[in-house]
Design a protein around this ligand. Structure first.
Ligand code: MG
Length: 389
């Protein structure tokens, strides 16, 4: 068994939305196909994945460094001892050959897309949904009652009103979501408090509303927001300051009694170790959002989970960033705390396929083989194009 070809393509994200820091209208994602020489059900088996959302396509790193390393490797060296599946750990080590440690930036997403495509490929080789395949690989019992899911949205729109925000969040209730996350920090504190109150009113419960500052605040502003929102006991207060300012998190956590969330902009086990060492997060309440698709894939994410467990966090505190099919399968497989979803935002990658079910605040993956990316109608034409079909 061998890899016959690897394709990658830059796909534009849809949606003219902005958080406190980033305008997503020019964002891109790398869609990847690892094509095997195997045939199942009359079709060549190809593993598909992408590098999550929010860090741009990484085609250059893949084309110039990582794909040649995989294609030059002895095909047998990429397989596990049974020879019946590709070994994701070895694939990761192969794409990272000759890379120096540290500096976990864009290459972490490039490596992740390739490694996750191998997980999709392995699951398809045995005709299993990825959540079942991943659960078996890591000796976990997958979630069967649906993973908790919240709708992420509440971005800033030009000329918007609180009524527009209320209408957006009400539309998520209709879709089966019961919890929301909205952006803060892109308007004044007073305006943001109006947005938060609007969200609480729609949710009917302040503990169903999380807020995300996307790393915008310095310590005084983070504390000022913390003081204002503390009485609401919100679901969580996400990325108040720079993602690498662990001291800010420690200071804020010393004063803000509610839950904080962070980690979507840490891309490695080494970064996670520093977060555990220096941010003084509270294992019984704070939320960890490291995203396998941004941090070298599932092999590295296992290391990340081990570090967080060693620091006292349970898997229920791990809620990966990136509301899409890949993380739905990973969360379900590994029994993590939940998923986010971006209904109607970040297409063609964000959100789930019609075959996935969202009900009473929980999400259920479909039983398509692999991550089921082919079932997502917005993504299907890009996959066809990538595979040259
Ligand atoms: Mg965030």
């Amino acid at each position: 068994m061998r890899i016959k070809a690897i394709h990658e393509k830059t796909v534009q994200l849809q949606g003219n939305i902005a958080n406190a820091v980033v305008d997503f209208s020019k964002h891109t994602v790398s869609l990847v196909a690892v094509v095997s020489d195997q045939v199942r059900n009359g079709k060549v088996v190809a593993g598909l994945a992408f590098n999550s959302i929010g860090r741009f396509a990484q085609g250059g790193i893949m084309r110039e460094r990582m794909i040649p390393r995989l294609m030059e490797a002895d095909p047998a060296s990429l397989l596990d001892p049974t020879g019946s599946r590709f070994d994701p750990d070895i694939v990761s080590a192969t794409v990272m050959r000759d890379e120096k440690p540290g500096g976990h930036g864009d290459r972490a997403g490039a490596a992740a897309a390739l490694e996750l495509a191998v997980w999709d490929l392995n699951a398809k080789l045995v005709d299993e949904p990825a959540y079942q395949h991943i659960a078996k690989a890591f000796a976990q019992t997958p979630i069967t009652q649906g993973a908790p899911v919240y709708a992420a949205g509440g971005y800033y729109y030009a000329g918007e009103s609180n009524q527009r925000l209320a209408d957006e969040l009400k539309s998520y209730l209709v879709l089966g979501y019961q919890a929301f996350k909205i952006k803060i920090g892109g308007a004044s504190l007073a305006e943001d408090m109006g947005r938060i109150e609007t969200a609480i009113k729609v949710a009917g419960n302040s503990s169903a509303v999380a807020v995300d500052a996307n790393g915008r605040f310095n310590l005084p502003t983070a504390l000022a927001y913390g003081k204002e929102i503390a009485p609401y006991n919100l679901r969580w207060y996400e990325e108040p300051g720079d993602p690498l300012d662990f001291d800010l998190l420690a200071e804020l956590g010393g004063q803000y009694q509610g839950s904080m969330a962070t980690g979507e902009n840490l891309f490695s086990a080494a970064d996670t170790q520093n977060l555990m060492r220096y941010a003084r997060l509270r294992p019984d309440q704070d939320i960890l959002q490291m995203d396998p698709g941004l941090s070298y894939g599932l092999s590295e994410y296992q290391e990340i989970l081990k570090l967080t467990a060693d620091a006292g966090f349970t898997r229920s505190q791990c809620v990966p960033h990136g509301g899409h099919l890949i993380n739905l399968h990973i969360v379900t497989a590994l029994g993590l705390g939940g998923c986010e979803a971006y209904p109607g935002v970040f297409n063609p990658f964000g959100g789930y396929s019609a075959q996935c079910r969202v009900q009473d605040g929980r999400v259920f993956p479909s039983d398509a083989p692999g991550f089921g990316l082919e079932q997502k109608t917005e993504l299907a034409p890009h996959i066809k194009n990538l595979l040259g079909a």
